[in-house]
Design a protein around this ligand. Structure first.
Ligand code: SAM
Length: 215
């Protein structure tokens, strides 16, 4: 039984529309390609897509780096069923896995890279800390976490647009992002160095790219 989580578009009945919605409102391909480039994946690496949703990032990683071993992990069985259909259509060999939202179901030091797009703003502060602790545990000593998610607003327009998102969505999971607290939460879980690799203005606010080496 998964712990409480917020579905991709807040309500379960909207989940089938997620791919359509994100493609229409966000520069999705650009964001996901940029995150993959930032992660600098190498042949033979083992990679986790944390909160993979419909597996768009997972499958794009496989397309660009077929020589990596790729796992998509999510807490929501409904969205994973969509991911599974997409993977089958592509004859993909990525591994898609459900978990209960707490313990990443892999041993310590499993992954070279963990990538995650648009996930942490769905998590409470406590859930973010737990996820960062777990990601730190499953990363190899030289491993890296790469994040694309909402960050501190770059200007008042971005802050206003994100405020609308917070009203529609919710404040209790998104405040850490827009207040720029993600680097601090990461450092509390053992990630000493958090590098901000860039910002992107979008319809819903500022998207921030982070590179976070384990050591
Ligand atoms: C906005 S969607 C993003 C999906 C995908 N990463 C993307 O970029 O399109 C957020 C995802 O986070 C997942 N999620 C929510 N809580 C989670 C948790 N505790 N652990 C892992 N994933 C979670 C949701 O099920 C959903 O698929």
């Amino acid at each position: 039984m998964p712990e409480h989580y917020i579905p991709a578009l807040k309500y379960h009945f909207l989940t089938p529309l997620y791919d359509w919605f994100i493609r229409l409102t966000m520069p999705e391909k650009k964001v996901k390609t940029q995150l993959i480039q930032q992660a600098d994946l190498r042949a033979g690496e083992t990679v986790l897509d944390f909160g993979c949703g419909t597996a768009t990032l997972t499958l794009l990683m496989e397309e660009l780096h077929p020589d990596c071993s790729i796992v998509g992990l999510d807490v929501d069985p409904q969205i994973l069923a969509i991911a599974d259909k997409k993977a089958k259509l592509k004859n993909s060999s990525v591994q898609l896995k459900a978990f209960e939202g707490r313990t990443i179901p892999f041993p310590n030091n499993t992954f070279d890279k963990v990538l995650s797009s648009w996930v942490f703003h769905h998590l409470t502060t406590e859930q973010k800390s737990n996820a960062f602790r777990e990601i730190h545990r499953v990363l190899k000593p030289k491993g890296e976490l790469h994040i694309a998610d909402w960050g501190k607003a770059e200007n008042w327009l971005m802050r206003f647009l994100f405020f609308i998102v917070q009203v529609v969505d919710n404040f209790y999971t998104t405040n850490d992002n827009v207040r720029g607290k993600i680097p601090h939460l990461l450092s509390q879980e053992g990630f000493q160095k958090v590098e901000q690799k860039g910002n992107q203005s979008t319809l819903f606010g500022t998207l921030t790219y982070l590179k976070v080496p384990k050591n």
